[in-house]
Design a protein around this ligand. Sequence first.
Ligand code: SAM
Ligand code: SF4
Ligand code: SF4
Length: 365
Amino acid sequence: MTGRTLNTSLTSLAPSRQPTVVPQQGAGLRDRLQRPLRDLRISVTDRCNFRCTYCMPREVFGSDHEFLPQPQLLSFEEIVRVATIAVQMGVQKIRLTGGEPLLRKHIENLIALLAQLRTPEGKPVELAMTTNATLLAQKAQSIKDAGLNRVTVSLDALDSARFTQLSDSQVAVERVLAGIEKAAEVGLAPVKVNMVVRKGINDDQIIPMARYFKGRGHALRFIEYMDVGNTNGWNMDEVLTGAEIVAILAQEFDIQPVASEYYGEVADRYRYTDGSGEFGIITSVSNPFCGDCTRMRLSPEGQFFLCLFASRGYDVRHLLRSQATNNEVAAYLMEVWSGRADRYSELRGQHQGPREKIEMSYIGG
Ligand code: SAM
Ligand code: SF4
Ligand code: SF4
């Protein structure tokens, strides 16, 4: 199909999401919708050096905002204790996030401890990080050496003025790009690059971003703008759907959908037919994937969250800081996960009235 002459229905570009098949390996712990626990996302800090307007708007996260005091944060030992138990329960992937995870002092030490974890089958746990990459060029080698496998970098514009405006920071976009290259160079690959697309705000950056990353070996993923948190004034009018994003790309490039590779894969993938690479689309709003959601989140001060849009967490820190045994912590984790029925995105629009939601900068993406 030739993108520039696209005049057929976009159904040929519909993602080939495969039916949900619940894996049997490691079967055991399931939530109320029969979803296994496979991923743990650990938010290591609620602080960030950016003030992305959709995540930490400066009006709310200004100089008088109170971040969590250090003693309230889980220590590395506490995080590793929870992660060790979660891995015994089925977790195979751990992602460090925040806030900005590279701002957490000595993050390499945490990575080194997590890198030693093994699943009950003896496999190493896959260790990744989501970062704004401002510190990535200087830290890539040390986090790789500590045992990190991959990074995902968030970048919403290539144009430098637009980047400054969207991140509400003085950081130059070149610094992020240098971070991405350094990460790839040291082997934190493939580097994924996440772009949150907002209609009328940065949709003009879709093609420049695609053109820039095409052929560089980094996997660009376009993400629908989500109604996370309560501070960003989210509005459906600002959501450019995955189908609309694909249509924009199809006008410029020859592209084809690619079959999904593994259970729980969140991005619908497409390839450039000239062989210059792939991109992904994450349709959390227009085509949610709650049925495959195997992710548990751990907040900086030790609460389990079962959904990005949750109103409440489950405090595990009090167990860690009491005399609780590992078996008791494990029993709590099992109780929390087995009671889970969250599927916010599938029910979006049916919720009545205002709802308190956790902020993305606190729990991470
Ligand atoms: N600071 C790190 C970063 O930006 O990569 C990690 C934490 S950040 C909260 C994780 C991801 O959440 C980023 O990729 C960011 O773009 C995404 N994000 C934040 N708010 C969002 C929203 N309203 N809709 C979609 N993605 C969002
Ligand atoms: Fe910081 Fe990431 Fe939120 Fe931007 S998206 S304000 S970089 S936590
Ligand atoms: Fe998972 Fe909640 Fe997102 Fe659904 S809305 S995919 S349950 S985090």
